[in-house]
Design a protein around this ligand. Structure first.
Ligand code: ATP
Length: 238
């Protein structure tokens, strides 16, 4: 990430409250942050600390109860459902813990589904090559390992050339070495395509691959650390 990269996300005093009265849960309190274009950010924190809530707000899947959040010129807080849908479609690629592939479609067909609604998609085979699955492109999800299925999900997320890749526990369902391979693909996309990446994890060892690590606890940002030197996932161990 260049040191003078422009800010893409700005969040000011975000709060998110679920429910009301006795069942009220304050998932985020007074969260303010900025994320630069091309930055690789890891969100770390215990279960229930507000990581998914924050990621979902950045991705336009949810809106804050209070506070402001914007992506470039798009004010996401207060945006209509239609505006958020357009924002997600044009700018955001999502990767979740479970891959949500369509079982009756091949790898290539799963990735191709997204290109119909994207303005400037990359070549489908190029996206599949980026996740090292060219040899498997005519296979069905059931013929692939969990890590390979997650790499298909990543190809599907990036084929539309999103500005940001938001990943919620992308290695949560994977074993150690498969998880590393998936992280390596995310790091490569960040590095080679310049895609801003925000990755949620429970695993503190993953922090070393980020430009910046944001620690959440009880809905607050506890601290933020910047890594002077990023390490590749292959060099991480846990
Ligand atoms: N739809 C919802 N309705 C009510 N409470 C919710 C809802 N979604 C999340 N919460 C609550 O908000 C808090 C933050 O949840 P969030 O999912 O953001 O945490 P997290 O850090 O991502 O947790 P995990 O690592 O377990 O996924 C938790 O107390 C959770 O129970």
């Amino acid at each position: 990430m260049p040191p003078d990269a422009p800010i893409v996300f700005r969040a000011r005093d975000l709060a998110k409250v679920y429910g009301s009265g006795e069942v009220e849960v304050i998932a985020l309190h007074d969260v303010s942050l900025e994320i630069a274009r091309g930055e690789f950010v890891v969100l770390l924190g215990a279960s229930g600390s507000g990581k998914s809530t924050l990621l979902n707000i950045l991705g336009g899947l949810d809106v804050p109860t209070r506070g402001e959040v914007s992506f470039g010129d798009h004010l996401l807080s207060g945006a209509s459902e239609a505006e958020l849908t357009r924002y997600r479609r044009e700018h955001v690629g999502f990767v979740f813990q479970f891959y949500n592939l369509i079982p009756s479609l091949t790898v290539r067909e799963n990735v191709a589904l997204v290109t119909d609604i994207a303005a400037h998609p990359m070549d489908i085979d190029e996206a599949i090559a980026l996740v090292d699955l060219s040899a498997r492109r005519d296979h069905f999800p059931a013929q692939l390992s969990g890590g390979e299925q997650q790499r298909v999900a990543i190809a599907r997320a990036i084929v539309k050339k999103p500005d940001v890749l938001l990943c919620d526990e992308p290695t949560g369902a994977l074993d150690y070495s498969t998880g590393k391979r998936v992280l390596d693909v995310i790091a490569r996309i960040n590095r080679e395509l310049g895609t801003t990446a925000v990755v949620i994890t429970h695993n503190a060892a993953i922090a070393g691959m980020a430009d910046r690590v944001i620690y959440l606890g009880d809905g607050h940002i506890l601290r933020v650390e910047r890594n002077a030197h990023k390490v590749s996932p292959a060099e991480l161990s846990w």
